[in-house]
Design a protein around this ligand. Structure first.
Ligand SMILES: [Zn+2]
Length: 744
């Protein structure tokens, strides 16, 4: 999803970082006067004592807490190896779907049937299965609706129930109506399938189906047919819903816009970590889904345009001959080609004639879900996406007239709406540029990480502020680079790397927010990095703040004591902390790892290794941590522990500068202290009286057995100042003790 304020700000601050200027951190050198290791080769231990610190200030730092061994509670095994890759006996189950739906756009009702082919690759027999009935969230007595908290203004006079993650209290005939659940079987020797009613039990957003015969282990299959219907909520937990027809702000004058998702009963994942993953959908946390192939038929009023995950297989039935020509042209074009323009929306000739309803046929392969949109109000445009292998895909946008500022208006370099980068585009709705943005983010991320796997990438304007699905994303009526880049960034997390969002939201939103920093900086030669800071959220834009002061505000916010750890289940977090803990703080953690600890080359290799190893699979947090360590060759447990597992802070102080024999020309002894629970590499800027500046770096390992660190700096003249964290890129929350200056 999209977390407007904070993710926008996270982009802003992370982009301010000098990605190319990463340090390579040399190991702390052994001082020349350190005691030599005795005993070997006749060396004798020199008669010199270790340098000891005096006046060490009070500190919370305990190097054993941070650096102790054995963060991992389990050893690697044949399913998930110790180096983080899937083991030789890794398995996952598979769910293939044939889906049919009909939408009644007057009643907002979707009626469908599903044929599910479920393959059990686990080593265990399964006597029942679990499915997800997410529409049941919108029943007023659902578990999720009953958790929506109260919020109040500061006077506590205005107290209301509020959350982004529910149906906003809409009273309607919500939830699934399950008409039938049948097991399809083929009797031995018979060629005709028989359907028998299955016993099932529905509890909140889960359905348990009891099987008369267990599904065999190691490849056994089950075929089920389910008939269902539901009425779409207007607002579906910010992940689906309806833009109503009308001329008011937020409405669509040319027809309702449907964004349809969480719409068919979906298999729960059965894995070797949790067994059945049956946590209910309460709105806060997202999804965990099996991979498979989808064949989808959607029947809608003929005046509606339908867009869906995957490839449209019957354009000849649902677009006019002129529009089919334009599609063919778009497939060859790097420039955006208009398929149905704003002027054509109300022309009957812009839809095939003679039928009241049309059925749209789509297919998507190796996907964990499929979603769709429908509206008579859609403008549609498209362009070709060029992929690194030479394959092509299609960028497509579908949006109403309300979604576009005048495409001919003069470009402005001013920032657009908060959280959305300007990119030099007119403020306001930016869907006229949606397709070029889709093309830019997908081409960048395909080159950088892993090739985009789907035949089309469709952006749909509508009710959801920003929500991702395989091959299709839903964004607000405004659109814009920030949200389009973010939602299509989810192609890599969790559509390609299929982690468990319900338990590990940070592996989804955090990893995506991180790759957004690079696509925003570099896609289309940095075109979308212009337009000023996103504004809003942490850090602010106060003109009196230096970049490092602004960053310090961010570091304070990321580590402020009431925050839960990143390694929390999303359902276990205050909703107000989601933006920090699922999006910006884990993203900042990856930026720190990339720029301050490993350097871009080593980080990018390790991160890409993780993506490639776990593409279309189900990694756990340990699989990620272990892969990053194995592929970079570093033990990073201290870093995971400080930033991800705990809410520890970093506060390093520059305490003292002394001179050897009180003579600045003989060198200086500089002392720094670690005062909080975390550690990071160190960057110091040293300025001498003649105005020369120099920088000194240490790896984080100086803190592995020290709370204070003194080192000899080869000064030739008196030092005027020593500044720790001169660029603000280390997450030190307390800037008051970062600078030592000579007393004049
Ligand atoms: Zn997201």
């Amino acid at each position: 999803m999209n977390y407007k304020l904070i993710s926008g700000c996270a982009l802003a601050f992370l982009l301010g970082a000098n990605i190319a200027g990463a340090q390579t951190t040399p190991p702390a050198t052994t001082p020349a006067n350190a005691p030599a290791q005795g005993g070997r080769g006749g060396f004798r231990r020199p008669n010199i004592q270790p340098f000891t610190e005096d006046n060490v200030p009070a500190t919370k730092y305990d190097y054993h807490d941070l650096w102790k061994p054995f963060m991992y509670t389990k050893n690697g095994d044949e399913t998930r190896a110790a180096d983080g890759q899937p083991g030789p006996k890794y398995w996952q189950n598979r769910a293939d779907y044939a889906l049919k739906a009909r939408i009644d756009t007057a009643a907002n009702e979707i009626t469908g049937s599903e044929v599910l082919t479920y393959t059990n690759n686990s080593p265990n027999k399964l006597g029942f299965i679990w499915m997800q009935l997410d529409q049941n969230l919108f029943k007023l007595d659902s578990r999720g609706n009953k958790q929506v908290p109260l919020v109040s203004d500061s006077t506590r006079t205005n107290i209301v129930q509020a959350s982004r993650n529910w149906g906003q209290g809409q009273v309607f005939d919500a939830g699934y109506k399950i008409k039938s659940v049948k097991i399809i079987s083929m009797a031995k020797g018979s060629t005709t399938a028989t359907e028998t009613d299955a016993k099932y039990l529905i509890n909140d957003t889960r359905m348990q189906i009891f099987l008369p015969t267990e599904i065999a282990a190691n490849g056994g299959q089950l075929k089920l047919k389910i008939e269902f219907s539901f009425i779409s909520p207007d607002y579906g937990s910010d992940r689906m819903g309806i833009i109503l027809q009308g001329s008011a702000r937020g409405q669509s004058k040319n027809g309702k816009i449907f964004q349809v998702a969480q719409w068919y009963p979906r298999m729960c994942v059965y894995d070797n970590l949790q067994g059945w993953n049956t946590l209910p959908y309460t709105g806060e946390s997202e999804f965990y889904l099996e991979y498979g192939d989808f064949d989808i038929n959607i029947t809608a009023p003929a005046k509606d345009i339908v867009v869906c995950s995957g490839e449209l297989l019957n354009a000849k039935d649902v677009y006019t001959p002129e529009q089919q020509k334009r599609w063919a042209q778009a497939a060859q074009s790097d420039k955006v080609v208009m398929i149905r323009s704003a002027d054509e929306i109300n022309q009957a000739s812009s839809r095939p004639s003679g039928k009241s309803e049309l059925t749209w046929h789509f297919a998507i392969h190796n996907a964990r879900d499929a979603s769709w949109g429908a509206s008579a109000a859609f403008i549609v445009d498209a362009a070709r996406i060029n992929l690194p292998s030479g394959k092509k895909s299609m960028a497509i946008s579908a949006y109403p007239v309300e979604s576009g500022a005048d495409p001919n208006a003069a470009a402005t370099t001013a920032a657009a709406t908060p959280g959305q980068r300007g990119g030099g585009f007119p403020a306001g709705g930016q869907w006229h540029h949606g397709t070029e943005m889709i093309k830019a983010t997908i081409e960048y991320n395909s080159n950088k990480w892993f090739e985009y796997p789907y035949p089309a990438a469709t952006g749909v304007a509508g009710k959801a502020g920003g929500m991702e699905y395989p091959g299709i994303v839903f964004c607000s009526l405004n659109g814009g680079w920030g949200v389009i880049d973010h939602e299509f960034g989810h192609t890599w997390f969790p559509m390609i790397v299929g982690s468990n969002e319900r338990l590990y939201g940070w592996m989804d939103e955090g990893f995506n927010t991180f790759i957004n920093t690079l696509s925003t900086a570099y896609a289309d030669n940095g075109k979308y990095a212009t337009g000023g800071r996103g504004g809003g959220g942490f850090g602010g834009n106060g003109p009196t703040l230096t970049p490092s002061e602004r960053l310090a505000i961010t570091w304070r916010a990321y580590t402020s004591p009431p925050l839960e750890p990143i390694l929390s289940n999303p359902d276990n977090l205050k909703e107000a902390n989601n933006g920090t803990l699922l999006y910006s703080k884990p993203s900042a953690g990856l930026v720190l790892l990339r720029e301050q600890v490993l350097g871009p080359e080593r980080f990018d290799f390790a991160f890409k290794t993780y993506i490639n190893r776990w593409a279309f699979k189900h990694p756990s947090p340990d699989d990620f941590f272990r892969t990053m360590e194995a592929a970079s060759g570093e033990s990073l447990q201290w870093f995971w522990r400080g930033w991800f597992e705990n809410t520890w802070r970093l506060d390093v102080a520059v305490r003292a500068v002394r001179y050897v024999n009180n003579d600045p020309s003989k060198g200086a002894i500089i002392t720094i202290d670690n005062l909080e629970k975390m550690a990071m590499p160190v960057t110091l800027e040293i300025k001498t009286v003649s105005g020369k500046t120099d920088r000194v770096n240490f790896a984080a390992e100086i803190w592995e057995r020290n709370v204070s660190w003194s080192f000899k700096y080869p000064s030739t003249e008196a030092i005027e100042s020593v500044t720790y964290n001169p660029d603000g890129k280390l997450p030190d929350y307390n800037t008051s003790n970062n600078v030592w200056t000579a007393k004049k």
